[in-house]
Each structure stands twice: as structure tokens, then as C-alpha cells.
Design a protein around this ligand. Sequence first.
Ligand SMILES: O=C1O[C@H](COP(=O)(O)O)[C@@H](O)[C@H](O)[C@H]1O
Length: 232
Amino acid sequence: MASTLHSFASAADLADSLADKVADTLSAAIAARGAASIAVSGGSTPKAFFQALSMRDIAWDKVTITLVDERFVPADNPRSNHLLVDANLLQNKAKAARFVPLYQPAASVEEAARLATAKSAEIGIPFDAVILGMGGDGHTASFFPGGSNLAEALDASTPRGVITMEAEGAGEPRLTFTFSSLQDAALLVLHIEGEGKKDVLAKAEGSGEEADMPIRAVLRRATSPVEIYWAP
Ligand SMILES: O=C1O[C@H](COP(=O)(O)O)[C@@H](O)[C@H](O)[C@H]1O
């Protein structure tokens, strides 16, 4: 499916424009079905966007928010994506939203993935909005090059749900929605910032193996168009 690049003069402009686009998408879903769902990324990039979105005037009590991926750490760990969402998105008007975490206090990351799959089974079929990020190594969600479950995660026939991922560049074991869970969102966004990420994107858009730069799976095979939001 095709991708479209939306370039902005500043990260603040991008955050505002993306918040407007997501708010419109969620409001349209609420008008049509009475509920809306969004899966967001962690990392350093989405903070300003989260803050802008949290102030948008939508029926947040009808919105379910989850993460595209998470570290196997509790929500009070500074590296938790849940903590980032708590501090920046589940604020202001968005405080009324329901949040479904991927981290579960289980004995193993595999058990946590099973629990997260069960708890998220009712949302996101498909998601109304999915906001992906991308690392400098070409990973997205927790689809890491060399990841322990990368082939399964990227296989379009792997069912919707959450699986585990371990990789050298990942730090802690990870929980991640599969490619099949994310690729058909009504609004599928890749949010990246900086010249370095633009170069990584250009490389990913070239030829090469998906396993070397897993973002290629999204750029090449997502059934929804990929809206790329970029600012310097
Ligand atoms: O590990 C992760 O990194 C990516 C990209 O993060 P960034 O700090 O370069 O913006 C992120 O999309 C993913 O959700 C996160 O778990």
C-alpha cells in the first residue's frame, strides 16, 4: 500500500497537526460505532503529540488507548511506555479514556503476552488509529532486527494479539502487538523526527530484507495507507 509523507517546519507543528488528525479519526469512529480505539508507541518521539492530543475535545470516555509495544517492566519503571502515556497522554481531557496496558505482573513475559492478548481481544479489530515510531535500526513496535520472534511477529498469518520479543538492541524482553494487529488500522501513522530518521526511512524504502529493517514490513505490506509524519 502507498505511503504519503507529511513534512512540518517544527516538531510542535507536527504534534498539533497529528493531534487534530487523530482526534478527527477517533471522533468519527465514536459517531459511527459509539467507541474508538488507538494504539500508540513509546520512545522519545511522541511526548509533544501526546500532550497535544490530551487536550483535544473528544468523547474520551468512549476511547480505549493501548500501546503498540511495551517493555516487560512495571508501570513505575522509568523505561515503561505505560509511564510515558500516563504522564503525557492520560492527562487533561484524555484522563477520561480507558487504558489497556500490555505489561502484566506475570511470572514470565510469555504469560504476560497471553494475558495482554486476552485483555486486548475486544479492541482494535481493526484499531481506529495506530501510531508507530521507528528506531535508528529500522525497528518499529518491538519488531527488532535479530529479534527472537521476528518472523512470527511479521508473518501476516500470525493472529492478532501480543507476542514476546527479545533482541540485543531491545534491552528488556518486550511485549508487542503482531504485524497483523497493526497493519489494517483505519489511520496508520508512522511518526518520525530528525534528519537521521529521514535517512533511515530512505534506506528502508530501498531494496533489502524486511528482517534487516522491520519497518519495511509496514511500508511494503500494510493493507492501510501509511501516513508518514516527519519534522526536523
Ligand atoms: O523501543 C522503542 O523505540 C521506538 C522508537 O523510539 P524513539 O525513542 O526513537 O522515538 C518506539 O516506536 C517503540 O514504541 C519503543 O518501544
